[in-house]
Design a protein. Structure first.
Length: 270
């Protein structure tokens, strides 16, 4: 199925770019991680197991990323979540399935806490729970790096992540250059603003699949994560895909989709 690229004007004034696959039934909204883009989930548009085939699919560039609007500020967790809540309400979606990686997983949890009755299911890929402020040096370094010549950005990213191929480093560099400075500068200074994720005392009954990285030293989903999420997600299931880093779907999409399909079939049969 071919994806069409759309620019969706939200009632809050922001415009988001989304790749859209038409279909019927409950829409699936996919949200990428920081310094990435909606096309991270493009393999979901390939017809086959684990792709929610037949259902409408929206691969969203979050604010400040890809081809979505890039305001000067407003890059806290709640800002990203507010846009997705606005999208759901503007489109009058009665129910949605949320699929989120990293930042997108945190966004999914905040959206679900605000409008739990509209969430049919969630897939959370390596969510950074418990929420920790990442050292400002990381994002500050990336902010400085993206100002350099593109070839230099590629070289330095490749040196930083030698397990990537040159082609992968070029894609990572392109996505970094596209990311708004404000995304990285706010991440550098700390963007939680006291927000707790998961939101305490809000129970989300939607069936939820958590897929975590196989390499423990590259896993964002911390050892306390299962207990923290389990307290608000009574219908949660956790799966691990071996030999993967934080970007599980990009590295092993077939294994990812097979797990999603088995989980989804189990939900449909109950």
């Amino acid at each position: 199925m071919t994806l069409t690229s759309e620019r969706v004007k939200l009632s809050n004034g922001l415009t988001l770019r989304a790749h859209h696959r038409p279909g019927t039934g409950v829409p699936v909204i996919c949200m990428h991680g920081i310094w990435d883009e909606g096309a991270y989930f493009s393999e979901l548009a390939v017809d086959g197991p684990g792709t929610f085939r037949g259902q409408p699919l929206y691969l969203v560039d979050l604010r400040g990323h890809g081809e979505s609007d890039k305001p000067e500020n407003g890059y806290g967790w709640q800002d990203y979540a507010g846009d997705i809540v606005c999208l759901i309400q503007d489109q009058r979606f009665e129910q949605v399935i949320l699929v989120g990686h990293s930042l997108g997983a945190l966004t999914s949890l905040l959206v679900a806490a605000e409008i739990p009755d509209r969430i049919a299911a969630m897939v959370l890929e390596d969510p950074p729970v418990p929420l920790r402020e990442v050292s400002g040096d990381v994002f500050g370094t990336l902010l400085g790096l993206k100002q350099k010549a593109f070839a230099t950005v590629v070289d330095e990213l490749h040196a930083w992540r030698p397990f990537m191929s040159r082609e992968q480093a070029e894609g990572s560099a392109r996505r970094l250059v596209q990311t708004a400075d404000g995304v990285l500068s706010e991440a550098s200074s700390g963007i939680s603003r006291g927000v707790q994720i998961p939101v305490p005392n809000v129970t989300i009954f939607a069936p939820t699949l958590v897929i975590r990285a196989g390499y423990e030293d590259q896993r964002a989903f911390g050892v306390e994560g299962p207990a923290l999420l389990g307290a608000v997600l009574p219908n949660m299931r956790i799966e691990t895909i071996p030999e993967t880093s934080h970007n599980v779907f990009r590295e092993k999409p077939d294994e990812y989709k097979a797990i999603v399909q088995e989980w989804w079939d189990a939900i449909q049969s109950t």
